[in-house]
Ligand binder design. Structure first.
Ligand SMILES: [Zn+2]
Length: 224
């Protein structure tokens, strides 16, 4: 399997793997230190010093094409969060997946995804590479919405301020697909993220991520 292309803003197990090979702190988040280490490594090996870990840099980093054991966290599409970690102060889940009292109707309802609070205009990024399956403009409930198809999963981003992709577009992981907003049935700027698995069953999007990546309103880990 081809290694993921990694650059500033990338997250996840493959970043951790690269960080171990580079000998920098393996926190799974590609920041300035990892970029500097990548450039130094590229210089040493006569590679283009762009700070991006692509096929050539991966090959130099890890010449043995080891078959990695399946990582349960990678059994879904989510390799990166829908909002960049540089926006970390906002990466708190306002309303988790599951039964709740609707903030709109005041009635008991099932919350079909997770809400991630963020300022209006915050870039929303593709959590995996795939295709734009559907786009909705100012839908009564969803507002501006983008539906991505990633590895058989359907990933739904709702309440956007702006949509930056069109139906049928190919998107790469980390690409900006729109901006956080509060269109449709929404009480304030946030991303509502719904995910369907390849069987068409709705799943809790929080389970696609390591527990430490998502926190509830009190700052407590959501999982574990
Ligand atoms: Zn929601």
């Amino acid at each position: 399997m081809a290694k993921a292309l990694l650059k500033v803003g990338s997250q996840g197990p493959s970043v951790k793997e690269a960080q171990k090979l580079l000998g920098v702190g393996a926190d799974g988040i590609f920041g300035p230190k990892t970029e500097a280490a990548t450039k130094a490594f590229q210089k040493k090996h006569g590679l283009t010093e762009d700070g991006i870990i692509g096929p050539a840099t991966w090959k130099a980093l890890d010449p043995t094409p080891a078959v990695a054991p399946p990582d349960p966290l990678l059994s879904g599409p989510a390799l990166v969060l829908p909002i960049s970690p540089s926006r970390k102060p906002y990466l708190t889940v306002g309303s988790p997946y599951g039964p709740r009292t609707s903030p709109i109707t005041g009635k008991e309802s099932f919350h079909s995804g997770i809400d991630i609070g963020a300022a209006q205009g915050t870039p929303l990024i593709a959590i995996g590479s795939g295709l734009v399956g559907k786009v909705q403009e100012l839908h009564a409930v969803n507002g501006n919405a983008v539906f991505l198809d990633v590895d058989g999963y359907r990933v739904c981003y709702l309440h956007l301020y702006e949509i930056h992709v069109s139906e049928g577009d190919a998107v790469v992981v980390g690409q900006t697909i729109g901006l956080v907003g509060t269109t449709g049935q929404s009480t304030g700027p946030h991303l509502h993220l719904t995910v369907y698995d390849p069987s068409g069953n709705r799943i809790d999007p929080a389970t696609l991520y390591p527990a430490e990546w998502l926190r509830n309103r009190q700052g407590e880990p959501l999982l574990g």
